[in-house]
Write a protein that binds this ligand. Structure first.
Ligand code: ZN
Length: 260
């Protein structure tokens, strides 16, 4: 009988017969917990604090929940155990999200968000009697964030690079406007080509000890970008890019992982 047992940060293969397992309930328990690599998948915001408002009057949390629900089975299909930080109805804190990843000693933590812009580029509108907002000029693309205060900053950066390397071939461009020298932005760009920003005090990244990335999928007050993220095939392509990045993570990021 073949088992994967987690020793430190590595998954080790162990051969055991069933009779022997009866004498090692602790091994059985560890095997149960860590038979598969584990990714904690976080849908940003909550029903009560729903995040950015989009061009169709729908709040960010709904986009995040839909994306996460679609992504989860795709990650499970490549052998990952996926734990969600919250269900769509659930209100939880940022600290609780990080705690889940830390307590499970997850291999990866990925937080899914949808983006907005600085207030100066937004104007209020009404769509189907719902308050909405739209951008006054185009703001499009994805972006990834890591924190240097995270417990595994090198591996987090490596994971972010893996993600963006897979997303760029979809024809999707990085959103670079968060680096603009204006109040509320000024985010340091670690990699302009890949749209990777450093945001040290983002709570879910700062409080996680395991490699953690926050990914903005698209800009929902922008009419064209909202239409892009609202298209099933586009989302599937983006989700498959994430799946490939996660699948490559153990191979591509093992060295940075060890020096964290
Ligand atoms: Zn958000």
């Amino acid at each position: 009988m073949l088992f994967l047992v987690k020793v430190g940060k590595d998954l080790k293969l162990k051969f055991m017969n069933f009779k022997r397992l009866l004498y090692f309930p602790a091994v059985l328990f560890i095997n149960f917990l860590y038979a598969e690599p584990l990714l904690v998948l976080d849908s940003g915001h909550t029903p009560d604090a729903a995040g950015a408002l989009g061009v169709r009057g729908i709040y960010e949390v709904e986009y995040n929940d839909r994306f996460v629900a679609e992504l989860k089975p795709q990650l499970e299909a490549i052998g990952y155990q996926v734990v969600l930080t919250r269900t769509p109805e659930q209100n939880i804190s940022l600290q609780q999200r990080a705690r889940i990843a830390n307590q499970l000693n997850a291999n990866l933590f990925l937080s899914i968000h949808h983006d907005s812009t600085n207030e100066r580029y937004l104007i209020p509108t009404v769509v189907n009697n719902l308050p909405a907002q739209r951008t006054i000029e185009p703001f499009r693309g994805f972006s990834a964030y890591i924190s240097n205060k995270n417990g595994s900053p090198f591996s987090s950066y490596c994971f972010a690079e893996n993600l963006t390397k897979q997303i760029l071939p979809l024809g999707r461009l990085p959103a670079l406007y968060h680096a603009d020298p204006i109040k509320g932005e000024n985010r340091p760009l670690l990699n302009k080509e890949y749209g990777i920003y450093r945001y040290d005090n983002l709570a879910v990244l700062r409080l996680t000890k395991v490699p953690a990335v926050l990914l903005e999928i698209g800009v929902i007050p922008d009419e064209e970008d909202e239409a892009w993220v609202n298209n099933f095939q586009n989302r599937y392509n983006m989700q498959q890019a994430i799946v490939r990045a996660v699948a490559d993570y153990q191979d591509n990021c093992i060295k940075p992982y060890l020096i964290d």
